[in-house]
Design a protein around this ligand. Structure first.
Ligand code: ZN
Length: 263
């Protein structure tokens, strides 16, 4: 099934331009960042409430599968936007004769982009600016206007997990509040920027991290950008391969969406 899905995409995309496809078929849009080609694959299942599920790390495929399962249920609705480039987490590109690497979840603020490029090797102001322009294009074309952005992520549950935000954890200063339920394991948690979302997940006994709007490090990530812009945003983290738990999390999220949009 998966092979067929990719075959269809490649066929649709062979013209390299905006593709017309029947309803409920993914549409592919092609962008460039320096020498790199980035495909943006969009799958939409109705979308009366303008909910955008967004996968930007190309190696985090469990999160894509979980979203597809949820959107295939006719009771649910939303749009899935998926960045595809190399199958890797990072985007590698050449620009003005030099090589760069960027984490696509660090491309939404100039401060964050600078730190990120330096972290992976070469840096120039010109490269920073072209990454920023690319990030803003993706934001304008696929995210702006959404009534909720749901970032879909997977982690290895090694260095980074919900405990990273607890006392003693590497990112504890980024969090204003943490609810940790060990029944979910440590890789599965919601990362949110809205107090009401945090309260909802805590009441549902799912692990959740509430970003601290003042103390959070400007790392250029979408959660920081969303908070700066006043956008509704949350992030669904699950360990790679933990498809069922991530589907369960998205099912719980549908209850929150009902609550928000039933008004
Ligand atoms: Zn990710």
């Amino acid at each position: 099934m998966k092979k067929l899905y990719f075959f269809i995409l490649m066929t649709i995309n062979s013209s390299g331009i905006w593709a017309q496809t029947p309803d409920n078929q993914p549409k592919t849009f092609v962008y460039t960042l320096g020498s790199a080609t980035i495909k943006v694959v969009v799958y939409e299942q109705n979308n009366p409430n303008q909910i955008t599920y967004f996968n930007l790390h190309d190696n985090e495929n469990t999160s894509v599968e979980a979203t597809q399962v949820i959107l295939k249920n006719p009771k649910n609705s939303g749009k899935l936007v998926e960045l595809q480039h190399s199958g890797e987490r990072l985007i590698s590109f050449e620009y003005q004769g030099a090589k760069y690497q960027i984490d696509p979840n660090r491309m939404f603020t100039k401060v964050g982009i600078e730190k990120n490029l330096k972290n992976y090797g070469n840096y120039s102001d010109a490269a920073r600016d072209t990454v920023f322009a690319f990030g803003q294009k993706i934001y304008r074309d696929f995210l702006q206007g959404s009534r909720l952005i749901v970032a879909m992520h997977n982690n290895k549950n090694e260095g980074y997990n919900v405990k990273s935000y607890l006392p003693g954890g590497e990112y504890k200063t980024d969090a204003q509040d943490v609810f940790y339920n060990p029944k979910w394991g440590t890789g599965e948690f919601f990362y949110v920027i809205d107090q009401a979302h945090f309260a909802f997940f805590k009441q549902k006994k799912v692990s959740a991290v509430l970003q601290d709007p003042q103390k959070v490090t400007d790392d250029g990530s979408l959660s920081v950008f969303a908070q700066n812009q006043g956008m509704a945003y949350l992030n669904v983290e699950a360990q790679h391969g933990n498809l069922k738990p991530q589907i369960k999390m998205l099912t719980i999220l549908q209850d929150l969406l009902q609550k928000i949009f039933a008004k």
